[in-house]
Design a binder for this molecule. Structure first.
Ligand code: PLP
Length: 398
Protein backbone atom coordinates (compact mmCIF):
# COMPACT_ATOMS: atom_id res chain seq x y z
CA UNK A 1 0.00 0.00 0.00
CA UNK A 2 1.24 3.47 -0.85
CA UNK A 3 1.19 5.69 2.22
CA UNK A 4 4.32 7.80 1.97
CA UNK A 5 4.05 11.13 0.18
CA UNK A 6 7.74 11.26 -0.79
CA UNK A 7 7.50 7.86 -2.49
CA UNK A 8 4.16 8.70 -4.09
CA UNK A 9 5.59 11.89 -5.62
CA UNK A 10 8.17 9.77 -7.46
CA UNK A 11 5.30 8.24 -9.45
CA UNK A 12 4.29 11.65 -10.91
CA UNK A 13 6.97 13.01 -13.28
CA UNK A 14 5.39 16.46 -13.66
CA UNK A 15 5.79 17.14 -9.94
CA UNK A 16 9.56 17.26 -10.50
CA UNK A 17 9.45 19.96 -13.18
CA UNK A 18 9.82 23.74 -12.90
CA UNK A 19 7.47 26.53 -13.89
CA UNK A 20 8.78 30.07 -14.33
CA UNK A 21 12.12 28.90 -12.98
CA UNK A 22 10.62 27.61 -9.72
CA UNK A 23 9.80 24.05 -8.69
CA UNK A 24 6.18 23.43 -9.59
CA UNK A 25 3.69 23.48 -6.74
CA UNK A 26 0.47 22.16 -8.18
CA UNK A 27 -2.61 23.21 -6.22
CA UNK A 28 -5.12 23.10 -9.07
CA UNK A 29 -6.14 19.51 -8.51
CA UNK A 30 -9.81 20.44 -8.49
CA UNK A 31 -9.52 21.36 -12.16
CA UNK A 32 -7.54 18.28 -13.08
CA UNK A 33 -5.09 16.05 -11.27
CA UNK A 34 -1.62 14.98 -12.42
CA UNK A 35 -0.94 11.50 -13.86
CA UNK A 36 1.32 8.76 -12.58
CA UNK A 37 3.90 7.25 -14.94
CA UNK A 38 1.84 4.05 -15.25
CA UNK A 39 -1.07 6.00 -16.77
CA UNK A 40 1.27 7.84 -19.15
CA UNK A 41 2.89 4.52 -20.17
CA UNK A 42 -0.50 2.98 -20.81
CA UNK A 43 -0.96 5.35 -23.78
CA UNK A 44 2.31 4.55 -25.49
CA UNK A 45 1.83 0.82 -24.82
CA UNK A 46 -1.60 0.95 -26.38
CA UNK A 47 -0.53 2.80 -29.52
CA UNK A 48 2.67 0.76 -29.83
CA UNK A 49 1.21 -2.71 -29.41
CA UNK A 50 -2.58 -2.76 -29.34
CA UNK A 51 -4.18 -0.07 -31.51
CA UNK A 52 -7.29 -1.35 -33.29
CA UNK A 53 -10.98 -0.52 -33.27
CA UNK A 54 -12.99 -2.48 -30.74
CA UNK A 55 -16.16 -4.57 -30.55
CA UNK A 56 -16.27 -5.34 -34.25
CA UNK A 57 -13.08 -6.92 -35.51
CA UNK A 58 -12.41 -10.64 -35.91
CA UNK A 59 -8.67 -10.05 -36.04
CA UNK A 60 -6.39 -10.54 -33.07
CA UNK A 61 -5.49 -6.91 -32.42
CA UNK A 62 -9.14 -5.86 -32.36
CA UNK A 63 -9.93 -8.65 -29.93
CA UNK A 64 -7.02 -7.74 -27.69
CA UNK A 65 -7.95 -4.05 -27.70
CA UNK A 66 -11.59 -4.96 -26.95
CA UNK A 67 -10.46 -7.14 -24.08
CA UNK A 68 -8.25 -4.38 -22.62
CA UNK A 69 -11.06 -1.81 -22.91
CA UNK A 70 -13.62 -4.13 -21.32
CA UNK A 71 -11.11 -5.08 -18.61
CA UNK A 72 -10.94 -1.37 -17.74
CA UNK A 73 -14.71 -1.31 -17.35
CA UNK A 74 -14.52 -4.23 -14.93
CA UNK A 75 -11.73 -2.51 -12.97
CA UNK A 76 -13.94 0.57 -12.62
CA UNK A 77 -16.93 -1.56 -11.64
CA UNK A 78 -14.92 -3.31 -8.94
CA UNK A 79 -13.32 -0.09 -7.68
CA UNK A 80 -16.71 1.59 -7.27
CA UNK A 81 -18.25 -1.69 -6.03
CA UNK A 82 -21.02 -1.62 -8.63
CA UNK A 83 -22.99 -4.86 -8.83
CA UNK A 84 -22.56 -5.35 -12.60
CA UNK A 85 -19.99 -4.21 -15.17
CA UNK A 86 -22.75 -3.13 -17.58
CA UNK A 87 -23.78 -0.53 -15.00
CA UNK A 88 -20.63 1.40 -15.95
CA UNK A 89 -21.30 3.48 -19.06
CA UNK A 90 -18.22 5.15 -20.53
CA UNK A 91 -18.76 8.84 -21.29
CA UNK A 92 -16.46 11.77 -22.03
CA UNK A 93 -16.61 12.70 -18.35
CA UNK A 94 -18.92 13.93 -15.62
CA UNK A 95 -20.51 16.52 -17.89
CA UNK A 96 -21.54 14.00 -20.50
CA UNK A 97 -22.69 11.53 -17.82
CA UNK A 98 -25.09 14.14 -16.41
CA UNK A 99 -26.23 15.11 -19.90
CA UNK A 100 -26.99 11.46 -20.60
CA UNK A 101 -29.33 11.28 -17.60
CA UNK A 102 -30.86 14.66 -18.49
CA UNK A 103 -31.55 13.34 -21.99
CA UNK A 104 -32.76 9.86 -21.18
CA UNK A 105 -34.21 9.85 -17.65
CA UNK A 106 -36.17 13.10 -17.34
CA UNK A 107 -38.57 14.88 -19.65
CA UNK A 108 -39.84 18.41 -20.13
CA UNK A 109 -41.58 19.74 -17.01
CA UNK A 110 -40.13 17.14 -14.60
CA UNK A 111 -39.11 18.51 -11.22
CA UNK A 112 -35.39 18.16 -10.47
CA UNK A 113 -33.83 19.19 -7.16
CA UNK A 114 -30.29 20.52 -7.23
CA UNK A 115 -28.37 22.65 -4.73
CA UNK A 116 -27.06 26.20 -4.82
CA UNK A 117 -23.51 24.86 -4.93
CA UNK A 118 -23.74 22.98 -8.23
CA UNK A 119 -21.23 23.17 -11.05
CA UNK A 120 -22.72 24.49 -14.29
CA UNK A 121 -22.65 20.95 -15.63
CA UNK A 122 -25.26 20.00 -13.03
CA UNK A 123 -27.46 22.99 -13.83
CA UNK A 124 -27.50 23.59 -17.57
CA UNK A 125 -28.36 20.01 -18.72
CA UNK A 126 -31.62 20.19 -16.70
CA UNK A 127 -32.39 23.56 -18.24
CA UNK A 128 -31.76 22.13 -21.72
CA UNK A 129 -34.16 19.31 -20.85
CA UNK A 130 -36.68 22.00 -19.80
CA UNK A 131 -37.02 20.59 -16.29
CA UNK A 132 -38.48 22.51 -13.40
CA UNK A 133 -35.49 23.21 -11.13
CA UNK A 134 -35.82 23.43 -7.36
CA UNK A 135 -32.68 24.75 -5.69
CA UNK A 136 -31.73 23.76 -2.13
CA UNK A 137 -29.99 26.56 -0.21
CA UNK A 138 -26.49 26.38 1.26
CA UNK A 139 -25.80 28.13 4.55
CA UNK A 140 -23.09 30.74 5.18
CA UNK A 141 -20.54 28.01 5.86
CA UNK A 142 -21.33 26.45 2.51
CA UNK A 143 -23.23 23.49 3.93
CA UNK A 144 -26.21 21.84 2.25
CA UNK A 145 -29.41 22.97 3.99
CA UNK A 146 -31.12 19.72 4.92
CA UNK A 147 -34.26 21.42 6.24
CA UNK A 148 -34.71 23.30 2.97
CA UNK A 149 -34.19 20.01 1.13
CA UNK A 150 -36.93 18.31 3.17
CA UNK A 151 -39.30 21.16 2.33
CA UNK A 152 -38.55 20.93 -1.40
CA UNK A 153 -38.59 17.14 -1.70
CA UNK A 154 -42.06 15.84 -2.59
CA UNK A 155 -43.85 13.12 -4.48
CA UNK A 156 -43.67 15.43 -7.50
CA UNK A 157 -39.86 15.29 -7.53
CA UNK A 158 -38.50 13.19 -10.38
CA UNK A 159 -34.83 13.37 -9.49
CA UNK A 160 -32.43 14.79 -6.92
CA UNK A 161 -29.10 15.70 -8.56
CA UNK A 162 -26.49 17.07 -6.19
CA UNK A 163 -22.76 17.21 -5.94
CA UNK A 164 -21.01 14.80 -3.59
CA UNK A 165 -18.21 17.32 -2.93
CA UNK A 166 -18.36 21.00 -3.95
CA UNK A 167 -15.53 22.05 -6.27
CA UNK A 168 -15.66 25.64 -5.03
CA UNK A 169 -16.28 25.21 -1.31
CA UNK A 170 -14.89 21.75 -0.63
CA UNK A 171 -18.06 20.89 1.33
CA UNK A 172 -18.78 17.18 1.52
CA UNK A 173 -22.53 16.85 1.23
CA UNK A 174 -24.49 14.48 3.50
CA UNK A 175 -25.26 12.29 0.51
CA UNK A 176 -26.31 9.17 2.41
CA UNK A 177 -28.97 11.15 4.25
CA UNK A 178 -30.03 12.88 1.02
CA UNK A 179 -30.42 9.51 -0.68
CA UNK A 180 -32.29 8.00 2.27
CA UNK A 181 -34.78 10.89 2.37
CA UNK A 182 -35.26 10.84 -1.42
CA UNK A 183 -35.79 7.09 -1.53
CA UNK A 184 -38.39 7.32 1.24
CA UNK A 185 -40.44 9.28 -1.28
CA UNK A 186 -39.53 6.97 -4.17
CA UNK A 187 -37.31 9.66 -5.74
CA UNK A 188 -34.11 8.73 -7.59
CA UNK A 189 -30.75 10.37 -6.89
CA UNK A 190 -27.84 11.29 -9.13
CA UNK A 191 -24.58 12.26 -7.45
CA UNK A 192 -22.05 14.43 -9.25
CA UNK A 193 -18.91 12.67 -8.06
CA UNK A 194 -16.38 14.75 -10.02
CA UNK A 195 -14.78 16.20 -6.89
CA UNK A 196 -15.33 13.28 -4.54
CA UNK A 197 -13.39 10.66 -6.47
CA UNK A 198 -9.92 12.26 -6.06
CA UNK A 199 -10.36 12.45 -2.30
CA UNK A 200 -12.10 9.26 -1.23
CA UNK A 201 -13.01 5.74 -2.20
CA UNK A 202 -16.65 5.62 -3.29
CA UNK A 203 -18.90 2.57 -2.89
CA UNK A 204 -22.02 3.09 -4.99
CA UNK A 205 -23.91 0.17 -3.45
CA UNK A 206 -23.22 1.38 0.07
CA UNK A 207 -24.37 4.89 -0.91
CA UNK A 208 -27.33 3.33 -2.73
CA UNK A 209 -27.27 6.19 -5.26
CA UNK A 210 -29.16 5.57 -8.49
CA UNK A 211 -26.62 7.35 -10.70
CA UNK A 212 -23.04 8.45 -10.05
CA UNK A 213 -21.12 10.65 -12.52
CA UNK A 214 -17.32 11.00 -12.56
CA UNK A 215 -14.33 12.00 -14.72
CA UNK A 216 -11.08 10.05 -15.06
CA UNK A 217 -8.94 13.18 -15.34
CA UNK A 218 -9.83 14.26 -11.82
CA UNK A 219 -8.81 10.85 -10.46
CA UNK A 220 -5.26 10.74 -11.85
CA UNK A 221 -6.41 9.30 -15.18
CA UNK A 222 -6.62 10.76 -18.68
CA UNK A 223 -8.84 13.51 -20.05
CA UNK A 224 -11.62 12.72 -22.49
CA UNK A 225 -13.15 9.85 -20.53
CA UNK A 226 -15.30 9.27 -17.49
CA UNK A 227 -18.32 7.24 -16.66
CA UNK A 228 -21.89 7.13 -15.54
CA UNK A 229 -22.76 4.47 -13.01
CA UNK A 230 -26.45 3.67 -13.08
CA UNK A 231 -28.55 0.94 -11.52
CA UNK A 232 -29.17 -1.69 -14.17
CA UNK A 233 -32.96 -1.64 -14.05
CA UNK A 234 -32.98 2.15 -14.52
CA UNK A 235 -30.50 2.09 -17.40
CA UNK A 236 -32.41 -0.74 -19.08
CA UNK A 237 -35.60 1.30 -18.98
CA UNK A 238 -34.00 4.44 -20.43
CA UNK A 239 -33.88 5.24 -24.16
CA UNK A 240 -30.47 5.60 -25.85
CA UNK A 241 -28.63 8.91 -25.62
CA UNK A 242 -27.00 9.08 -29.05
CA UNK A 243 -27.43 7.02 -32.22
CA UNK A 244 -24.68 5.44 -34.28
CA UNK A 245 -22.47 2.38 -34.50
CA UNK A 246 -22.14 -0.06 -31.61
CA UNK A 247 -25.38 0.98 -29.87
CA UNK A 248 -27.59 -1.11 -32.16
CA UNK A 249 -28.44 -4.78 -32.62
CA UNK A 250 -29.86 -4.34 -36.10
CA UNK A 251 -30.71 -1.43 -38.37
CA UNK A 252 -33.09 -1.16 -41.27
CA UNK A 253 -34.79 1.88 -42.72
CA UNK A 254 -38.02 0.68 -41.17
CA UNK A 255 -36.88 -0.34 -37.68
CA UNK A 256 -33.78 -0.29 -35.51
CA UNK A 257 -33.29 -2.40 -32.40
CA UNK A 258 -30.91 -1.27 -29.71
CA UNK A 259 -27.96 -3.07 -28.20
CA UNK A 260 -27.85 -4.29 -24.60
CA UNK A 261 -26.18 -2.40 -21.76
CA UNK A 262 -23.68 -0.87 -21.64
CA UNK A 263 -23.33 -0.50 -25.43
CA UNK A 264 -26.83 0.97 -25.82
CA UNK A 265 -25.40 4.22 -24.44
CA UNK A 266 -22.02 4.11 -26.18
CA UNK A 267 -22.54 5.15 -29.79
CA UNK A 268 -19.51 5.37 -32.10
CA UNK A 269 -15.84 4.57 -31.66
CA UNK A 270 -15.06 5.35 -28.04
CA UNK A 271 -11.92 6.84 -26.49
CA UNK A 272 -10.16 3.45 -26.49
CA UNK A 273 -6.68 4.47 -25.35
CA UNK A 274 -8.22 6.71 -22.69
CA UNK A 275 -10.49 3.94 -21.43
CA UNK A 276 -7.57 1.56 -21.06
CA UNK A 277 -5.51 4.30 -19.35
CA UNK A 278 -8.47 4.94 -17.03
CA UNK A 279 -8.07 1.29 -16.04
CA UNK A 280 -4.38 1.97 -15.35
CA UNK A 281 -5.40 4.88 -13.09
CA UNK A 282 -7.71 2.53 -11.19
CA UNK A 283 -4.81 0.04 -10.81
CA UNK A 284 -2.80 2.91 -9.32
CA UNK A 285 -5.58 4.01 -6.98
CA UNK A 286 -5.99 0.43 -5.79
CA UNK A 287 -2.48 0.73 -4.36
CA UNK A 288 -3.25 3.90 -2.39
CA UNK A 289 -3.88 3.57 1.33
CA UNK A 290 -7.05 5.68 1.39
CA UNK A 291 -7.14 5.96 5.17
CA UNK A 292 -3.68 7.52 5.02
CA UNK A 293 -4.61 9.72 2.03
CA UNK A 294 -7.71 11.10 3.79
CA UNK A 295 -5.71 11.93 6.92
CA UNK A 296 -2.86 13.45 4.91
CA UNK A 297 -5.18 15.72 2.91
CA UNK A 298 -7.05 16.65 6.08
CA UNK A 299 -3.76 17.66 7.71
CA UNK A 300 -2.89 19.84 4.69
CA UNK A 301 -6.33 21.42 4.84
CA UNK A 302 -6.15 22.14 8.60
CA UNK A 303 -2.64 23.53 8.37
CA UNK A 304 -3.34 25.65 5.27
CA UNK A 305 -6.61 26.96 6.72
CA UNK A 306 -5.00 27.99 10.02
CA UNK A 307 -2.07 29.69 8.26
CA UNK A 308 -4.16 31.51 5.65
CA UNK A 309 -6.43 32.87 8.35
CA UNK A 310 -3.43 34.62 9.91
CA UNK A 311 -3.11 36.81 6.79
CA UNK A 312 -4.89 40.11 7.13
CA UNK A 313 -8.03 40.66 5.05
CA UNK A 314 -8.26 37.06 3.84
CA UNK A 315 -11.68 35.42 4.04
CA UNK A 316 -12.25 31.75 3.41
CA UNK A 317 -15.36 30.92 1.39
CA UNK A 318 -16.61 27.52 2.50
CA UNK A 319 -16.03 26.37 6.04
CA UNK A 320 -18.21 23.28 6.16
CA UNK A 321 -17.65 20.87 9.03
CA UNK A 322 -17.17 18.03 6.54
CA UNK A 323 -14.69 19.31 3.99
CA UNK A 324 -12.29 17.97 1.36
CA UNK A 325 -8.85 19.51 0.69
CA UNK A 326 -10.01 22.73 -0.93
CA UNK A 327 -9.35 26.28 0.28
CA UNK A 328 -11.29 28.99 -1.56
CA UNK A 329 -10.65 32.53 -0.45
CA UNK A 330 -11.15 36.19 -1.23
CA UNK A 331 -8.88 39.03 -0.15
CA UNK A 332 -9.86 42.57 0.69
CA UNK A 333 -8.15 44.97 -1.70
CA UNK A 334 -6.68 42.29 -4.00
CA UNK A 335 -8.32 40.67 -7.02
CA UNK A 336 -8.17 36.88 -7.18
CA UNK A 337 -6.91 37.04 -10.74
CA UNK A 338 -3.89 39.16 -9.71
CA UNK A 339 -3.17 36.79 -6.81
CA UNK A 340 -3.19 33.83 -9.18
CA UNK A 341 -0.91 35.60 -11.65
CA UNK A 342 1.67 36.53 -9.01
CA UNK A 343 1.65 33.03 -7.50
CA UNK A 344 2.18 31.60 -10.97
CA UNK A 345 5.36 33.67 -11.26
CA UNK A 346 6.53 31.79 -8.16
CA UNK A 347 5.74 28.40 -9.69
CA UNK A 348 2.48 27.92 -7.80
CA UNK A 349 -0.61 26.86 -9.73
CA UNK A 350 -3.94 27.75 -8.15
CA UNK A 351 -7.36 28.39 -9.70
CA UNK A 352 -9.07 31.77 -9.85
CA UNK A 353 -12.53 32.81 -11.01
CA UNK A 354 -16.07 31.54 -10.55
CA UNK A 355 -15.09 27.85 -10.90
CA UNK A 356 -18.14 27.20 -13.14
CA UNK A 357 -20.40 27.94 -10.17
CA UNK A 358 -21.77 31.38 -11.02
CA UNK A 359 -25.00 31.01 -8.99
CA UNK A 360 -22.88 30.11 -5.95
CA UNK A 361 -20.78 33.25 -6.46
CA UNK A 362 -24.03 35.22 -6.47
CA UNK A 363 -25.10 33.47 -3.25
CA UNK A 364 -21.91 34.69 -1.55
CA UNK A 365 -22.06 38.06 -3.28
CA UNK A 366 -18.60 37.73 -4.84
CA UNK A 367 -17.32 37.60 -8.41
CA UNK A 368 -14.86 34.78 -7.83
CA UNK A 369 -12.33 33.27 -5.47
CA UNK A 370 -8.76 32.08 -5.46
CA UNK A 371 -8.75 28.32 -4.86
CA UNK A 372 -6.00 26.00 -3.71
CA UNK A 373 -7.05 22.35 -4.03
CA UNK A 374 -4.88 19.54 -2.72
CA UNK A 375 -4.22 15.95 -3.73
CA UNK A 376 -2.54 13.16 -1.79
CA UNK A 377 0.79 13.94 -3.49
CA UNK A 378 0.99 17.47 -2.05
CA UNK A 379 3.13 18.21 1.01
CA UNK A 380 3.08 20.42 4.07
CA UNK A 381 6.25 22.10 2.77
CA UNK A 382 4.40 23.08 -0.40
CA UNK A 383 1.61 24.60 1.69
CA UNK A 384 4.22 26.58 3.66
CA UNK A 385 5.79 27.91 0.46
CA UNK A 386 2.32 28.79 -0.86
CA UNK A 387 1.39 30.72 2.29
CA UNK A 388 4.67 32.68 2.23
CA UNK A 389 4.25 33.41 -1.47
CA UNK A 390 0.66 34.52 -0.88
CA UNK A 391 1.77 36.87 1.92
CA UNK A 392 4.39 38.37 -0.43
CA UNK A 393 1.85 38.72 -3.25
CA UNK A 394 -0.61 40.50 -0.98
CA UNK A 395 2.09 42.95 0.10
CA UNK A 396 2.74 43.76 -3.56
CA UNK A 397 -0.94 44.15 -4.39
CA UNK A 398 -2.09 46.25 -1.45
N1 PLP B 1 -18.95 18.72 -11.40
C1 PLP B 1 -18.03 19.26 -10.60
C2 PLP B 1 -18.34 19.41 -9.15
C3 PLP B 1 -16.81 19.67 -11.14
O1 PLP B 1 -15.90 20.22 -10.34
C4 PLP B 1 -16.56 19.50 -12.52
C5 PLP B 1 -15.29 19.96 -13.11
O2 PLP B 1 -14.59 20.77 -12.57
C6 PLP B 1 -17.55 18.91 -13.29
C7 PLP B 1 -18.73 18.52 -12.71
C8 PLP B 1 -17.35 18.69 -14.76
O3 PLP B 1 -16.37 17.74 -14.97
P1 PLP B 1 -15.83 17.48 -16.46
O4 PLP B 1 -15.44 18.81 -17.00
O5 PLP B 1 -14.66 16.57 -16.25
O6 PLP B 1 -16.94 16.85 -17.23
Amino acid sequence: MKNNVIDIRKDFPILHTSVNGKPLIYFDNGATSQKPQSVIDSFSNYYTTLNANIHRGVHTLSQQATQAYEDARVKIQQYFKAAHSEEIIFTRGTTEAINLVAHSFVKKGDEVIISAAEHHSNIVPWQLAECNLQVVAVNDKGEFDNEDFKKKLSNNTKLVSVTHVSNTLGSINPVKEIIRLAHEKGVKVLLDGAQAVPHMKVDVQDLDCDFYAFSAHKMFGPTGIGALYGKRELLNAMPPYQGGGDMIKSVSFEKTTYNDLPHKFEAGTPAIAEGIAFGAAIDYLNQIDWKWAAQHEHDLLEFGTAEIKKLEGVKIIGEAKEKAGVISFVVEGAHHYDIGTLLDQMGIAIRTGHHCTEPLMKRFNISGTARASFAFYNTKEEVEIFINALARSLKMLR
